[in-house]
Design a protein around this ligand. Structure first.
Ligand code: HEC
Ligand code: HEC
Length: 245
């Protein structure tokens, strides 16, 4: 009896179980197991429950969108969760012990996805707060040597390859949580950690202003991260090293 007949005679799953039970038919069992696809879609099934299909994000939930972020940035985050430099227990456990190559493949997969952005929740913030947020993002606070967020994240806030993420389509509570995490040392990027310097320099009201304004912006689905370049950054960022990649 050849394996094609097995597959016709049995429902696929029952066939696999039966084959695995037959020690003597080891080689044939292997041949059947090989037919279970080890595609990236299979591997990332564990992720999409929280991050949405194709990493699109989930309406009105804290879990961030992954799709279209620079692969280098996503990879750095996966390593940071694996190694405990970013903390969120389900992700810390899930990624523990996964090898670099596996993380790189997942980062690449989500970077290449391009599902349409979710509707941003309506942001009801005082007008003055939005004005302050816009000023900090586009001009920085020169008197305190805080560079404009846009000077690294891009004039259109789309991010830059390989290590700088876009800032659109994030929820206000997510942005303030990330800035808070840097400030309190719970999130650490590769040194020198420019975001740690920036987050620690901002006051609570400034963080609220920046997060509120960013979340109030519409998401243009055409905006992609800018190509890698050696253009100087206002502060050194260890996680953004165009020349080394
Ligand atoms: C139980 C829900 C959950 C699951 C499952 C999950 N994540 Fe996450 N993920 C989160 C949350 C929440 C955050 C943000 C944590 C924080 O506040 O820093 C996050 C953050 C991330 C980030 C950083 C995003 C950014 O913009 O900085 C990446 C990359 C990521 N997850 C990838 C994955 C991958 C790949 C998988 C599957 C192997 C996965 N996640 C599974 C909830 C989840
Ligand atoms: C000197 C360059 C630089 C400047 C200026 C800068 N950033 Fe960043 N930012 C980065 C880099 C690099 C990362 C990625 C760090 C990492 O790998 O975790 C980042 C990441 C972030 C993230 C995490 C996004 C996510 O998906 O989790 C947020 C939020 C952020 N920056 C907000 C800001 C805000 C707000 C400002 C202005 C007040 C700002 N940044 C200014 C370089 C910069």
């Amino acid at each position: 009896m050849d394996s094609t007949m097995w597959m016709h005679a049995w429902p696929a799953r029952a066939g696999i179980v039966a084959l695995l039970a037959l020690g003597a038919a080891g080689a044939r069992a292997q041949a059947t197991a090989d037919r279970i696809p080890d595609t990236m879609e299979e591997r990332v099934k564990a992720c999409i429950g929280c991050h949405g299909v194709q990493g699109r994000g989930v309406e009105n939930v804290y879990f961030p969108r992954l799709a279209g972020k620079p692969a280098g940035y996503l990879y750095n985050q996966l390593v940071a969760f694996r190694d405990g430099r970013r903390k969120y227990l389900p992700m810390n456990y899930m990624l523990a012990y996964l090898p670099e190559a596996y993380l790189k493949d997942m980062a690449q997969y989500f970077a290449q996805q391009d599902p349409p952005p979710l509707q941003q929740p309506v942001v009801n913030r005082p007008a003055q707060l939005l004005v302050d947020g816009r000023r900090i993002v586009t001009e920085g606070i020169p008197a305190r040597k805080i560079p404009a967020c846009a000077s690294c994240h891009g004039a259109n806030l789309g991010g830059r390859e390989p290590g700088i993420p876009g800032l659109l389509g994030l929820r206000a509570d997510y942005v303030s949580a990330q800035l808070g995490a840097w400030r309190f040392g719970v999130r650490t990027a590769i040194a020198p950690d420019c975001m740690q310097v920036i987050a620690s320099s901002l006051t609570e009201p400034e963080v609220a202003a920046v997060a509120g304004w960013l979340a109030s912006l519409p998401v243009d689905p055409g905006v992609r991260p800018a190509k890698a370049s050696n253009a100087a950054l206002p502060l050194a960022c260890g996680s953004h090293q165009p020349a080394r990649r």
